[in-house]
Write a protein that binds this ligand. Structure first.
Ligand SMILES: [Zn+2]
Ligand SMILES: [Zn+2]
Length: 143
């Protein structure tokens, strides 16, 4: 199937990087899923209106550089870990207890406007009032 205009075929490997370049993640294959989430924790965690994360099989991800991590327990009682650069503070990676063997990468860190679009917007009920879900994007009112 032809890709829509403005979304050229993705090529791999791709490297995600924090702002200072100290923490990078190189992926050798496309994501298994890509999500946006407007829950309040994602708003705090990103400092923005929603998170936008791509999830990769652990074996497809190479991480280089120093990192710190922060683990918290989510609503469902499972931990979620943010892995960020100790120098510039950008969260490049995440892990979820609910998704063993999978690594999440903050899509913005790829600095690639052609990246795969999210398949779903979670927690659409918490999205900012001005934010209309893009046409064709599946939404879930909660998670
Ligand atoms: Zn950095
Ligand atoms: Zn969220």
């Amino acid at each position: 199937m032809a890709e829509p205009a403005g979304n050229p075929p993705a090529s791999y490997p791709k490297t995600a990087s924090c702002l200072c370049g100290g923490l990078t993640a190189t992926v050798s294959a496309p994501p298994t899923m890509t999500h946006a989430c407007a829950c309040l924790d994602c708003q705090r965690g990103t400092g923005s209106a929603f998170s936008y994360s791509a999830f990769f099989a652990e074996g497809a991800v190479r991480v280089d550089g120093a990192s710190h991590s922060y683990r918290r327990t989510g609503d469902a009682g499972r931990w979620q870990e943010s892995i960020f650069c100790p120098t510039c503070g950008v969260c490049v990676l995440s892990r979820l207890e609910a998704l063993p063997g999978i690594i999440g990468i903050s899509v913005g860190c790829f600095a690639d406007p052609g990246f795969e679009k999210p398949e779903k917007l979670w927690w659409a009920s918490r999205r900012h009032h001005w934010l209309e879900p893009p046409h064709g994007l599946e939404t879930a009112e909660t998670q």
